[in-house]
Design a protein around this ligand. Structure first.
Ligand SMILES: C[S@@+](CC[C@H](N)C(=O)[O-])C[C@H]1O[C@@H](n2cnc3c(N)ncnc32)[C@H](O)[C@@H]1O
Length: 283
């Protein structure tokens, strides 16, 4: 079988499944990243993309390469995680968070928020801005975690690309922001970054939802657009981890296409907003 002009070779479906299973097993054994229960169609597409980019004609050849070459593994990892995000993504959800969740958090002496699967951090910066505007940031700690070191590095830098500023301004306004989001940027040498008054309240760290345990008890957990890439078994396991990590009365906030319905824990949450995927752990 041969790679030709970006055209994938004809593949026997069973053989392809076997090779993908072996590749993901190899990645887990060698590097500790466990993608074995991620959604198959999405894995298949991304693995073939990487094989094509490396000009390899079979997934077994990709397996050989990533086992022997850490840089090649990092490139594959870059394809398997999808660190797409933005400031105030889904502004309606942040409007709801601002108007309905924050007043509940104001009743607590100290607030711990966890962004699980934070990518390059924009979601955590957004919640920090809302907490600041609600006068709650000084007694909050925001933890933001991901498996991608590259994404976390970008998150810590907190750089705002000029070509995103207009869209971020609109998102922020739509989320109920009262001033200009530019008030939260500082500029040095032509580079715009989120201000330290916001950034310093956020702890960025590596954490794998599949292989790591709970590390604290939180009043809010954002886990948005992460579990869409998992199969239903893995989704159930991660839901159990999130549930365990929530304080009684804590809020779970999922992505627009995600829900606690159809999980084993559905009955343990009150639906606070079906539209914005906000659930509250029953006390
Ligand atoms: C599409 S981004 C979502 C970012 C943000 N939550 C949002 O909705 O804008 C998905 C992120 O989940 C992370 N991710 C995937 N599998 C993970 C795992 N097992 N543990 C932690 N993070 C994971 C990816 O690295 C990626 O950064």
């Amino acid at each position: 079988m041969k790679f030709e002009d970006g055209v994938w070779p004809e593949y026997d479906e069973q053989l392809e499944k076997l090779e993908i299973r072996l590749l993901l097993e190899a990645v887990f054994n060698r590097y500790g990243h466990d993608f074995r229960n991620y959604s198959y169609p999405s894995m298949r597409r991304r693995i073939w993309h990487r094989a094509t980019m490396e000009q390899l004609g079979t997934i077994s050849m990709l397996q050989h390469l990533v086992l022997h070459d850490r840089d090649a593994f990092e490139r594959l990892l870059g394809d398997l995680v999808i660190p797409v995000t933005e400031l105030f993504r889904d502004p309606g959800m942040f409007r709801f968070f601002r108007g309905k969740v924050a007043p509940e958090l104001a009743k607590l002496p100290f607030v711990r928020i966890w962004h699980a699967g934070c990518a390059s951090g924009e979601e955590a910066y957004s919640s920090a801005i809302v907490m600041d505007e609600k006068g709650l940031l000084d007694h909050s700690r925001i933890y933001a975690t991901d498996i991608s070191r590259q994404a976390l590095q970008r998150a810590r830098e907190g750089v705002v690309p000029p070509d995103r500023m207009e869209a971020y301004e609109r998102n922020y306004e739509d989320s109920g922001g009262a001033q200009s989001i530019a008030a939260y940027y500082g500029e040095a040498g032509g580079v715009f970054r989120l201000k330290p008054s916001i950034a310093d309240r956020i702890v960025f760290a590596e954490h794998n939802l599949v292989t790591d345990r709970s590390f604290n008890e939180f009043h809010v957990i954002f886990c948005r657009n992460v579990m869409i890439y998992f199969n239903s078994d893995l989704r159930d396991r991660v839901h159990a981890l999130l549930y365990e990590s929530l304080a009684d009365g804590g809020f779970l906030i999922l992505g627009g296409k995600e829900s606690v319905a159809f999980t084993r824990l559905a009955g343990r949450y009150e639906i606070w907003s079906d539209e914005h995927r906000v659930y509250r752990k029953v006390r």
